[in-house]
Design a protein around this ligand. Sequence first.
Ligand code: SF4
Ligand code: SF4
Length: 150
Amino acid sequence: MKYFRNIIVGGWSLVLGYSVTIPEIFKPIITVQYPRQKLEMDVGYRGHIELVRLPGEDGHFCLACGTCERACPSKVIKIQGVKPKAGANKAGVMYLIDFSRCSLCGICVDVCPVDALRHSMAYDLAFYSRWDNVIDLVARFKEQQEQERS
Ligand code: SF4
Ligand code: SF4
C-alpha cells in the first residue's frame, strides 16, 4: 500500500513542478546571452568614472586642476598635468583612480569646473587582482580612441 502511495505522491509532485516550469518556457526572454549580447543601460545609469571627449577632437577637457582630487571623499584620485608650452593651460597626462575604493558617489563629476568627467555606461568593469583596479583614465581614454579607429 505504501508503495502505491509513494508513486501517487511522487507523480503529483512531478505534476506540480511541471505546472510551474512549463508556463515559463512560453514567456518572453528577459535575460541576455552575456558576453555575446550586452545590455543598453538607462540614461541615469552611473557606471565608473571616465573622461569626456572634446567635441570634434581627439583630446579630453581635463586641465589637471586637482579639484576632483581634493574633493574625492575616498581619496582615490591622483592627477598629473603638463603645460604643452609656456603660457598654455595644463593638460591632464595621467589620471589615476583606484576603482576598488571608489564609491561612485559622483562628487568628482559634479565639482569639475570644465565637465571633463562623467559616469560611463559600462557595467562590467572587472579585474583579476586588486591592484588592477588602479586605472589611468588618460591611458584608457587613448586606448578607447585607438579601438574606435581600428
Ligand atoms: S566617484 Fe566619488 S569616490 Fe569615486 S573617484 Fe569620484 S569622488 Fe571619489
Ligand atoms: S577632471 Fe576636472 S576637476 Fe579633475 S583635474 Fe581635470 S579639470 Fe580638474
